[in-house]
Design a protein. Structure first.
Length: 240
């Protein structure tokens, strides 16, 4: 019997020589010939060839930071030969290449990165961070590929061109050279009496570089904020 239709031609694997390439907006193809890759634990959806997965130890330093801050990244080492396909909840995937550079990313949005990239949990030096209970992100630094996820197509805002602000639940990452502070805007006493605007706490950006914002306030609890005793920090409670 013959199967009719274009299913197997329309969605055939796309051949490319790039280490990281998009099979489509929501599926990342990794060519394992270029070496080991670090990927979000559980993000493998398929592979062809001989690919092996090992849970990566966070190390005592990162393990302690993750427990204290709630901002964490559980990764696995992917090694071997063949093609690896990664995805996360059908979110859209964005691929960037760092050349001796760095980005600060919400840990929930990290999908995969080259083994040459160094990562750590870092405290954000924001003037308003103390009242928010502490702000943390995942830093990715070095030379190599980085794949992050966004809920929909994002916008990259040049912070040098104009004062830039974002909702903490929509901001995905920012590049090196960008400074972040917390802005409090209650909308006035009248607005507070009526229940507030829901936009009281904003992330204010300045400096040189870009901020990536997704069109959804779906960044999970733990991103950009401190956790304490398994409960959301002050910023998380005010934003929820």
């Amino acid at each position: 019997m013959t199967i009719h239709g274009s299913l197997f031609t329309d969605f055939k694997e796309r051949e490319t020589q790039d280490p990281f390439s998009l099979q489509n907006k929501k599926l990342l193809r990794v060519d394992m010939r270029y070496g080991e890759v670090m990927a979000k634990a559980g993000s493998m959806v398929a592979y062809q060839g001989d690919v092996r997965f090992t849970k990566q130890s966070s190390g005592l330093g990162r393990m302690f930071k993750s427990a204290v801050t709630g901002e964490g990244l559980t990764v696995m080492t992917c090694s071997g030969q063949g093609d690896l396909f990664l995805a996360d909840r059908a979110q859209e995937i964005q691929v960037i290449y760092l050349q001796d550079d760095a980005v600060s990313v919400n840990g929930n949005n990290v999908l995969a990165f080259s083994n040459s990239i160094q990562w750590d949990i870092h405290r954000l030096q924001a003037r308003g961070g103390a009242m928010a209970g502490g702000l943390y992100n995942v830093s990715l630094r070095g030379t190599g590929y980085v794949a992050i996820t966004t809920d929909g197509e994002p916008v990259a805002l040049d912070v040098a061109s104009s004062p830039t602000f974002g909702d903490a639940q929509a901001v995905v990452l920012w590049t090196a050279g960008v400074r972040m502070d917390i802005r409090v805007d209650t909308g006035g006493i009248g607005s507070m009496i009526r229940g507030g605007t829901g936009e009281a706490f904003q992330m204010a950006f300045s400096g040189q570089g870009y901020v990536l914002v997704q069109p959804s306030e779906s960044v999970a609890a733990g991103g950009h904020q401190q956790q304490s005793g398994g409960q959301g920090g002050v910023l998380g409670n005010l934003l929820s």
